[in-house]
Design a protein around this ligand. Sequence first.
Ligand code: PLP
Length: 411
Amino acid sequence: MRGENFKENASRLKDLDREPKQAMAIARTYLDWNATAPLSRAARQAMMDAYDLPGNASSVHGEGRAARAALARARAQVSALVGADSQAVTFTSGATEAANMVLTPQFRMGRAPLAVGHLYVSAIEHPALREGGRFAPDSVSEIPVTRTGLLDLDALTNALEAHDSNLGLPMLALMLVNNETGVIQPVADAARLLHAKGGLLVVDAVQAVGRIPVDMAELGADFLIISSHKIGGPKGVGALVARGEVMMPLPLIRGGGQEKGHRSGTENFPGIIGFGAAAEEALALLGERSVRIGGLRFRLEAGMRALAADLIVHGADVERVANTTFFTLPGLKSETGQIAFDLEGVALSAGAACASGKVGESHVLAAMGCDPGLGALRISLGPDTTDTDIDAALVAFGKVAGRRRPAGQAA
Ligand code: PLP
């Protein structure tokens, strides 16, 4: 019996081994950088070096001190990317953990408790924030966006007017760049409204860093969330960056007191070192990358419009980051479109990558007042994207667009 189970498991493992190789058998064009960016060479090298450092950063001996110094360097590299003090960086297992750490009613201001009474989240937040972290569901409200995909500042003003400060401070969670549309949100304006009411601003800068300059002070962010794997670092690492060291959320993970007690557990050392290297590279090359990538996206969108006059590009009327295009081809469902591009060798996404691998309707499109059943696809470019990739995307686009069912024709 045991033997049979073992054989079955072994053959399942072989199938799992084969699947990625089969999926990659045809020439591939990777245009899904907002889902994750391939590991950069600099990050990979830094991680390989880190694997050779044996010490635990909490140890007092030489090996421990060497590991601690390497962590301090990564902290400085990550903080520089967002214009923060390196002491204000707490490393986590990713942006999702950072969000769950900071979205909590319980804070400390020095030694004194500080209560946050209500969480306001924009209707287009990533689920990592939209779920509300450690707030009870009835302490979370959504702030709508306008049809262009920008936070509705009037709605925020009204919500803050109605906020009951007896319950505690208001907190707003707002992304700087939307992961589906690429639209840049009016974070500094929201910060002014919120701070006038003494509130706290949590900015999800996951899709902003490495794409546009990010400065915590200019944004008016009290906390900022970033993720390594969106900028060419390894997956499973991120950070919560605070404005200062005085006001901090009660920890989500308690234990040995690493990360100054804000996030216990032996650090993901190679991951953090890789994150640091990716952050340094992203900052150094930000300007030249965004100009080059912007040129590629211009060619892509112009080419798509030439092939399909009815193309709708969501968020095209407002400021977007240079790498993202989120579009609807009338008559093409998201799932069908995604599979059709995949079969043509082009990896793109139907909005946010979701753990089940299923294509759900976009809550971002719904929040913008579009029919989410319309279907939309996202192409996101990155530093390694070439003219050849754009050519391949346009060839695939032409084929997929040509196979659509004409408008009005029954299924
Ligand atoms: N916020 C945004 C805008 C994202 O795009 C993502 C990832 O898709 C996350 C948060 C979650 O990041 P992580 O994968 O590091 O948990």
